[in-house]
Design a protein around this ligand. Structure first.
Ligand SMILES: *Cc1c(COP(=O)(O)O)cnc(C)c1O
Length: 382
């Protein structure tokens, strides 16, 4: 048996040790973390829906109607009217024939890859894809290759040599960098080589595009360009879970074959009800997106004036790249001491030498909270 404690100690020495902080109260800009009041700049709750009055009220009503839990997997008797209605509404909103709910985004990505490809097939992924896409690709048994970040030329080369059914997977908005994938060119390449394309829009769904339909709307693309669309419900929608949208045959295939769909308990129906309320807000309250975009612009302008080095991300994810793990960690600790919660992201989540503060903005942040962030970033420089 190996010495686990020794491994843990090595991790600590390399500044790669991870630990959890305990929050008390709802997800919102002002939070209590480990007993300390902080302003939170690291949540994916981009529109402030996790603690929205209407979403919470609908959740409560959902519990009254359906109880606390779903009781079983979707294929046993856990698939409620609430889940079904949400699937229909997601399909309509995204413009796909059908949508299928998964309990988490991680599981959706494992299930999709494994249902579509296997031994003798090929998977191509952007180097900076989310871990769940990478893991899904590796577990599928297909030949797994990565292409350089957003490098469509390299993708085309690899598509030319790919064997069997080929599946291309990309984040829509890259989760640690905030930049948007070049989906129009990726889509053209996939069409030319008759490859499947799935866009994981965990950070675009609900926030990008005029109607919040996500990165496809941002580029004016449809299901003809991207046959498989995946998004999560625990970020902009503020609840939990994920879905895959696609053709009738794709969704039926997932129901038959995606093991992380089949062998897991359905999320509580009340969560589906709450998510339906979030989806309604996304459609009826465009000012939430306007507020978020306004905050992104305000942050970027103020940071620039203050001499803070930003990337060219135009989304709610605004990384400040620091390089060394220790530096990012110390910076984050100093911010915390000053009442700001910004997590340090370190390898293996991101490539070595690119440790960073991952700042995320929300529609719920006020200008004065953003001012405080900028001021503290400047005065804490390490
Ligand atoms: C968060 C995230 C996931 C995982 O979704 P969960 O519902 O949290 O499991 C998948 N892909 C991307 C790009 C993500 O950011």
């Amino acid at each position: 048996m190996k010495d686990l404690q020794k491994e843990l100690n090595e991790r600590k020495a390399a500044h790669l040790y991870r630990s959890r902080r305990i929050s008390d109260g709802p997800q919102q800009p002002e939070m209590k973390i480990d007993g300390q009041s902080v302003i939170n700049f690291c949540s994916n709750d981009y529109l402030g829906l996790a603690n929205h009055k209407e979403v919470k009220q609908t959740f409560i009503e959902g519990v009254k109607t359906y109880g606390a839990g779903s009781g079983a997997a979707h294929l046993v008797n856990g698939h409620s009217k609430a889940h079904h209605a949400l699937e229909e509404e997601l399909a309509e909103f995204t413009g796909y024939p059908r949508a299928l709910l998964f309990s988490t985004g991680y599981m959706a990505n494992l299930g999709l890859a494994q249902a579509l490809v296997g031994k003798g097939d090929s998977i191509l992924e952007d180097r900076l894809n989310h871990a769940s896409l990478i893991d899904g690709g590796l577990l599928s048994g297909a030949r797994f290759q990565r292409y350089a970040h957003n490098d469509v030329e390299q993708l085309e080369q690899k598509l030319g040599n790919a064997k069997g059914e080929t599946l291309v997977l990309t984040d829509g908005v890259f989760s640690m960098d905030g930049d948007i994938a070049n989906i129009p060119s990726i889509s053209n390449a996939c069409k030319q080589h008759e490859a499947w394309l799935m866009v994981d829009d965990a950070h675009g769904f609900g926030v990008l595009g005029e109607h919040g339909q996500g990165s496809l709307e941002h580029f004016q693309l449809t299901q003809n360009d991207v046959p498989i669309y995946m998004a999560t419900l625990g970020k902009a929608l503020g609840t939990s879970g994920a879905f895959i949208a696609g053709s009738e045959a794709l969704i039926e295939t997932l129901i038959q074959k995606a093991r992380p769909y089949i062998y897991t308990t359905a999320t509580p129906p009340a969560v589906a009800e709450a998510t339906r309320a979030s989806l309604r807000l996304i459609q009826t309250r465009p000012e939430l997106r306007e507020q978020l975009n306004d905050n992104i612009q305000y942050f970027r302008n103020s940071a620039e004036q203050a001499g803070i080095d930003l990337t060219d991300s135009q989304t709610a994810i605004q990384p400040v790249i620091l390089g060394e793990e220790e530096r990012a960690l110390k910076f984050s600790q100093r911010l915390f001491e000053n009442g700001l919660l910004v997590t340090a992201i370190r390898p293996p989540t991101i490539p070595k030498g690119t440790a960073r503060l991952r700042i995320t903005l929300s529609a719920a942040h006020t200008k004065s909270q953003i001012n405080k962030l900028i001021k503290t970033l400047v005065s804490s420089t390490i």
